[in-house]
Design a binder for this molecule. Sequence first.
Ligand SMILES: [Zn+2]
Length: 472
Amino acid sequence: MVTHVKLYNTLHREKEIFTPRTDGEVQVYTCGPTVYHDAHIGNMRAFMTADILKKTLKLAGYTVHHVMNITDVGHLTDDGDAGEDKMLVAMRREGKTAAEIAEFYTERFVTDAEVLNIDLPQGKDMPRATAYIPQQIEMVQQLEAKGYTYQTSDGVYFDTSKLKDYGKLAKLDLENLNAGERVSIGEKRNPTDFALWKLSPTNAKRDMEWDSPWGKGFPGWHIECSAMSRAIFGDVFDIHTGGIDHIPVHHTNEIAQSEVACGCEKHVNYWLHNEFVVLGQGAKMSKSSGNFLTVAGLQEKGFHPLALRYLYLQTHYRKSVKFDWDILADAQTALKRLWQRSAGVDFNTRNQTAQLSEVIQIALCDDLNTAEALAKLWDGLKQLEGAELATMLWQAEEVLSLGLANAQQMLDELAKLTAVDDVSAELQELLAQRQQARAAKDFAQADALRDKILAAGYKVVDTADGAKLERI
Ligand SMILES: [Zn+2]
């Protein structure tokens, strides 16, 4: 017996009761990270959404087969066909081989996921694009045999004008897109056409290249996901997840090539997309600024990684979520209270055969409404006690994964992270300069210095004994 789960399907722009292809079983594919850099905290929201989906389906009684790829070739600096391969950029930056870069950042990604209590797929269910080159070439050959491709001087392209329903996921307005196109599209026939196979430059050896029927080169980013999901799940599967930024290009192109290759009307039945994380003042996400936010960076500032999980869970995955240091501090305070309450609960008294609690049924099974689930969890803490409370918390924890079942350990970890430390000499110097600026009534300078101190994770507190620094 499974409990019904409702999901918002981007394909139809509405909430639908999820029906799997096989009773009781679900296949979920998630577009994974491009392992050329640390993941910033915004990226992690997509993986957390997939984690909540997977755990909700499991709790609802399904067996879940989850696959998430690792992109280690072919993702260009521009999501379209322009720019350089991100892996080559990283090789130059760090003086390492592509394999070393991929291994290093895959490991870092796995660590980030672990501390956020995200369950990643294991082994072959986390396939690397470079391990599926023959399958990608085979798919391009099939598209070629069906007449959907053409060749230019730099690669093999998918001709999107051949496909009647191209752009159906994004509801792209192709006529306007094509008519309004002013930028050069080079040798492409239509602005929306995309690379399936890119050829290496004729005058230079590329660091990552493979032989193909069209010449030495490398696969386009989109074909990777199509080939890997097909190799593991087959032509058709249940659910595909990713960030909303994937809708207009990456997922639109996955659909085009997969559905032509398999000759099926729909290769994925449900598409789930999470909204962005919007960064507030003092928390810029730009990688070029050199201080973009990582999970490890939050810990350095005295935050428990699960505070970020709590912060994300407070907002439904289809709404954008705001991040700044104050909001994270509030989330950490709320989570600490939750841990303090849970630490006194005896989970051995829980009823393991109890029906799913209201928290799960009403909130999570309704399009993964984690915000509602948290609200109900707080209500439950006020109203329930004993075995009932233990059962509700345990079920919620199976999906929300906030460390409630080992709350005392979480509290100890938090105490260590927020322990008063020796403020560095550099920060003390900034504080002294700020006090001088204030004394000189140069408030603009004083504010600028205060912002620098804030960015390092401290706030200035004015006390009777003078100004002091405190961790945010
Ligand atoms: Zn993908």
